[in-house]
Design a protein around this ligand. Sequence first.
Ligand SMILES: CCCCCCCC(=O)SCCNC(=O)CCNC(=O)[C@H](O)C(C)(C)COP(=O)(O)OP(=O)(O)OC[C@H]1O[C@@H](n2cnc3c(N)ncnc32)[C@H](O)[C@@H]1OP(=O)(O)O
Length: 193
Amino acid sequence: MSGTTTALKPPEDARAPVRHPDAPAPGELLDAHNHQCFGCGDQESGLLLRARAGEGVAVTAEFEVRPVHQGAPGLAHGGLLSAALDETLGALNWMQRVIAVTGRLETDFARPVPVGTVLHLQARVTAVHGRKIYCTATGRIDAHDGPVAVRADALFIEVRVDHFIQNGRAEEINAAIADPDQAKLARVCEVNQ
Ligand SMILES: CCCCCCCC(=O)SCCNC(=O)CCNC(=O)[C@H](O)C(C)(C)COP(=O)(O)OP(=O)(O)OC[C@H]1O[C@@H](n2cnc3c(N)ncnc32)[C@H](O)[C@@H]1OP(=O)(O)O
């Protein structure tokens, strides 16, 4: 049973989410927004999560649980499962072409997830109210219709790119700004160009 709090229930006057006309086509692989990202980047100890555009305002993703992701012996660490859900939910930014960050994330852990599992994640936006984006995600074991192991409800808050420029460590922000690939800073913040 989900323990969703009132903070994650959209208000009565929330609107339905709208897929951006230039959102990636269903099935299209989404590029890492930042190659140093623990979730979708290429760090060997990271999640190496790969997300794809879905239908509507939705995405799918896969995360292979490797020995480096262990908590209890032979089982995935719960915090990393939350991170996989969070990263998948973050990829929804591509579908609306907004910049939004996690304000609140509530995870239900329904089943243990053994090392070697490929977690099949699905996330979608359920409602939008001003800057608040309500969304939900599930992670299923070894198949897109496999047993649900984890699920989350979340509230993402839309922010401006200044959120990263003002708060990120100067070293990484300056490197992104100086990069000749001018689209890079926008990608770091998950804004599709
Ligand atoms: C680039 C994307 C990368 C994707 C990676 C995966 C996603 C991530 O992990 S992002 C990283 C983790 N998240 C963060 O670091 C965010 C840290 N938090 C913050 O910066 C701020 O608290 C932030 C931006 C969320 C909200 O601050 P601020 O912009 O001042 O908004 P604020 O005015 O307080 O709130 C706006 C609305 O959201 C609501 N709200 C804000 N935080 C929460 C919360 N935690 N729970 C419930 N509601 C909230 C407020 O009540 C308010 O509602 P209303 O409009 O009805 O009054």
